[in-house]
Design a protein around this ligand. Structure first.
Ligand code: C2E
Ligand code: CA
Ligand code: CA
Ligand code: CA
Length: 279
């Protein structure tokens, strides 16, 4: 029994070793990935439910790694946050997204917005506001066509300081939204202190909105509250027509999800900017 135990221990420690080695390799590959230009962006369309027109797109990071193949954010974002690499990568995402928005504006879509995810590490960065200001100046993008998405937990983490930062961002003219709304524990009352434009209802509530009266009630409550605070509501993760119709009936402003469009390269989206969806 004793040797069995040792065997198990050795097995366990080898597994741990392997995990650590994998982490180190991944971190090195991420470091090089930025220099080698291995990152690229997908854009997932967002539609206005009143006009059915495509009014914006969320920017989603992709990584075509020479060593690991195609990687999704779930496989590497948290590591970039732990290692601080998110700062360089995040700046690259912002600059690229602003360049794209500027290009689309030139092509006749000045109202179209691009929404970029911002992690807590980035928001806490001393010079985040100055960096973004620089990116906006350099790319010549109209700040109102840029939206920044923060999760509830990021916002609530250091509420006092966050309000100041968000106000500085708001003064620059960018739009702000709260991502994954409903999954954190922010008090609804608190929301009125944050200068945000839009709430993104988390897809876990959208999933059962047409089957569960509880989830429908939650979505309805979020929409009612948002309206009373003059915030826009976007529902994410719309995967079928039932969900789309329920959200529409509940007065949701905007939607995003696989049912309407998958995340895709910028040029694949070009022909449909500002157009109506076919659903
Ligand atoms: P998120 O901000 O909630 O982004 C939406 C995620 O849901 C995306 O996954 C998108 O592909 C997926 N999605 C869209 N529509 C549907 C749908 O109808 N059904 C389902 N099941 N999923 C849908 P993705 O691209 O894998 O990104 C995952 C997360 O990684 C994002 O969640 C975001 O938190 C993070 N992320 C992505 N890009 C960036 C980035 O540039 N910077 C930072 N800091 N985080 C990013
Ligand atoms: Ca998001
Ligand atoms: Ca989300
Ligand atoms: Ca998320």
């Amino acid at each position: 029994a004793k040797s069995e135990g040792r065997g198990r221990f050795r097995f366990f420690s080898e597994e741990m070793n392997h995990k650590i080695l994998h982490r180190v390799a991944l971190e090195n590959a991420l470091r090089q990935g930025l220099e080698r230009g291995e990152f690229f962006l997908h854009y997932q369309p967002q539609w206005d439910l009143r006009t059915n027109r495509m009014v914006g797109a969320e920017v989603l990071l992709r990584w075509q790694s020479a060593d690991f193949g195609l990687m999704l954010p779930s496989e590497f974002i948290s590591l970039t946050e732990d290692s601080g690499l998110i700062l360089g990568i995040g700046e690259w995402v912002l600059r690229s997204a602003c360049q794209q928005a500027r290009l689309w504006a030139r092509q006749g879509h000045p109202e179209f917005r691009v929404a970029v995810n911002v992690s807590s590490k980035q928001l806490k960065q001393q010079d985040f506001v100055a960096m973004l200001n620089q990116v906006i100046l350099e790319t010549g993008v109209d700040p109102k066509s840029l939206e920044l998405e923060f999760t509830e937990s990021v916002i609530m983490e250091n509420a006092e300081r966050t309000i100041e930062t968000l106000e500085a961002l708001k003064d620059m003219g960018v739009q702000l939204s709260i991502d994954d709304f409903g999954t954190g524990y922010s008090s609804l009352n608190y929301l009125k202190h944050f200068p945000v434009d839009r709430i993104k209802i988390d897809r876990s509530f959208v999933a059962d909105v047409s089957r569960s009266t509880d989830d429908a009630a939650i979505v309805e409550a979020i929409i009612t509250m948002a309206q009373s605070l003059s915030l826009k509501v976007l529902a994410e993760g719309v995967e079928n027509s039932d969900q789309l119709h329920h959200l529409s009936q509940l007065g949701c402003d905007e939607v995003q999800g696989f049912y309407l469009a998958m995340p895709m390269p910028a040029d694949a989206l070009e022909g449909s900017l500002g157009r109506e969806h076919g659903r």
